[in-house]
Design a protein around this ligand. Structure first.
Ligand SMILES: C[S@@+](CC[C@H](N)C(=O)[O-])C[C@H]1O[C@@H](n2cnc3c(N)ncnc32)[C@H](O)[C@@H]1O
Length: 231
């Protein structure tokens, strides 16, 4: 069951047209700067085990996985088929608008690590997506939702557009917890520009991440057996 957290007003966005139109043409650009991307790859190196089955949800032509990381499979999803076809890390991919259909075409507990980079900010039904991710990520698997402070403003729901960085972190966490994800870890970090600008204190894109671990499933029998007797 999906537990609503956002109000109807929270879900509204400036450009209410079909998101597929906005992403119809490929954008072969980096949406985040090199400092952010370096921090993200480092986080992936720490948190994603070798030979994992990885889901790159809301992806593009780049997955930001460490160059030398080896994975059993990297499954891609996004809104532009040409971007996904050009992504060398993907074993397979599919295209789906998550604002119209949140069901993920993946088996239960089939993913070791699910990643969302600069994408959560466009979800109008994040609760249903979080519930689906809870279904497809195996117990003990990882969900990493990373973002910075930029966005296509016309496509971001009001809760994201009007929130502060810290409110965005808290909102993502609230949505996850409401669907049954255990309390996630929150990261809010400054980054330093790579190269000479960084040497003199230049800053890169700020780095935010919400990291959750798939709960161990408790069988109904086990929980009934351990429950205290009714008075
Ligand atoms: C800023 S890009 C980030 C892409 C990629 N994760 C990266 O790091 O380069 C936002 C991505 O969110 C995805 N996206 C946006 N709206 C979406 C929607 N309604 N349904 C599914 N995916 C969506 C698209 O795949 C788009 O490429």
């Amino acid at each position: 069951m999906v537990m609503d957290v956002l109000s109807a007003a929270d879900r509204q966005k400036i450009d209410g047209s079909d998101d597929a139109l906005f992403y119809a043409e490929p954008r072969f650009v980096q949406h985040l700067d090199a400092a952010f991307r370096a921090r993200l790859s480092e986080l992936y190196r720490e948190r994603i085990p070798q030979n994992a089955v990885v889901l790159d949800l809301m992806g593009s032509w780049v997955s930001h996985l460490p160059e030398d990381g080896t994975y059993a499979e990297v499954i891609g999803h996004g809104l532009n088929a040409r971007e996904l076809q050009a992504n060398p890390r993907l074993s397979r991919h599919w295209v789906q608008n998550l604002n119209t259909d949140q069901h993920l075409p993946l088996a239960d507990a089939s993913v070791d690590a699910a990643l969302v980079v600069a994408g959560w900010q466009y979800l109008q039904q994040p609760e249903a997506v979080a519930a689906e991710l809870l279904r497809v990520v195996r117990p003990g698997g990882a969900l990493i939702i990373a973002f910075s402070n930029r966005m296509f403003a016309q496509k971001a729901p009001r809760i994201w557009l009007e929130g502060s960085d810290r409110e965005r972190l808290a909102n993502v966490a609230r949505v996850l917890i409401a669907q049954g994800w255990p309390r996630p870890e929150l990261l809010a970090e400054a980054t330093r520009s790579l190269g000479p600008l960084g040497w003199v204190g230049g800053k890169g894109d700020p780095f935010f991440a919400v990291i959750a671990t798939g709960p161990q499933q408790v069988s109904p029998t086990a929980s009934a057996a351990s429950a205290p007797a009714a008075p």
